[in-house]
Design a protein around this ligand. Sequence first.
Ligand code: PBG
Ligand code: ZN
Length: 330
Amino acid sequence: MSATGARFPTLRLRRLRSSPAIRDLVRETWLRPEMFVLPLFVVPGEGVKDEIPSMPGQFRWSVDRIAEPAAEALELGLKSLILFGVPEAKDARGSDADIDDGIVQRALRVLAEQVPDILRITDVCLCEYTDHGHCGLIRDEDVDNDPTLVRLAQEALSHVRAGAQVIAPSDMMDGRVAAIRMALDDSGHASIPILSYAAKYCSGYYGPFRDAADSAPSFGDRTTYQMDPANGREALREVDEDIAEGADMIMVKPALAYLDVVREVRRSWDGPLFAYNVSGEYAMVKAAAERGWIDERRVAMENLLSIARAGADGILTYHALDAARWLKDG
Ligand code: PBG
Ligand code: ZN
């Protein structure tokens, strides 16, 4: 376009930057609190509000206090949250993932009762519930795909029965969207949408989350199921597959080091697209800001804006409450 358009001195791009009003008039990307999804960690115990050391400003909440951050979020204009559970007990098959009085199930009931207007999304995976910390059932030192699908479907169904309104599988097993869709449809929950972590990379940026959720693998790593950070085109195959299996919404994760993937997926998928601004991305901003090396507000908002500019409709982010506050303050 610029090759055939006007040139300096006729063209002066600074004309459209000369005042706040004109900058706002021509601004291409706007952030809104409604586009942020707040991640929340729920843990056993009572009266717990425990700050996560590697994620300053983020807390692990007990069920009896989980409504506090949810109510604050709603007040600031957020419309949705995603729940992660740390169970009482862990075993090889992640038994606590689909019990009726599990940690996420109990939190869902409290939220439905006390803050009904905030949308309840749940992360569906087994790594928080297994004693080995992997996202599925183990056979011969590796995650066994197809038997894991059965457990994931049971977990999803259990969440929905307890009040989950959107199911977000994060395990990266092949076929999980179809397995969950079928389990929900067969039990009368055809109207519950699936937000698939479709292109989820095997990333070092999940470190602080694994401290918070106590979910680091006890042996090996997640390279046999999460994606290789070297692969961009493969993300489109993952996305195509999940859409074919019935995913309603698609997610790319992490966000900042994968904005090329966000952009590519945006070009091929017209439905709702999310990106997860993950724990390590948050921790880096907080750590540098604490040292006075960067301006937290400026950098966090610039990061969120870049994710939206790349093409994400919504962003899962630990900055959600602060960002909503900053948007309010103007
Ligand atoms: C569970 C899950 C993880 C995250 C979201 N769901 C951890 C992992 O895959 O190891 C990471 C979120 C974050 O880092 O903020 N599979
Ligand atoms: Zn997992």
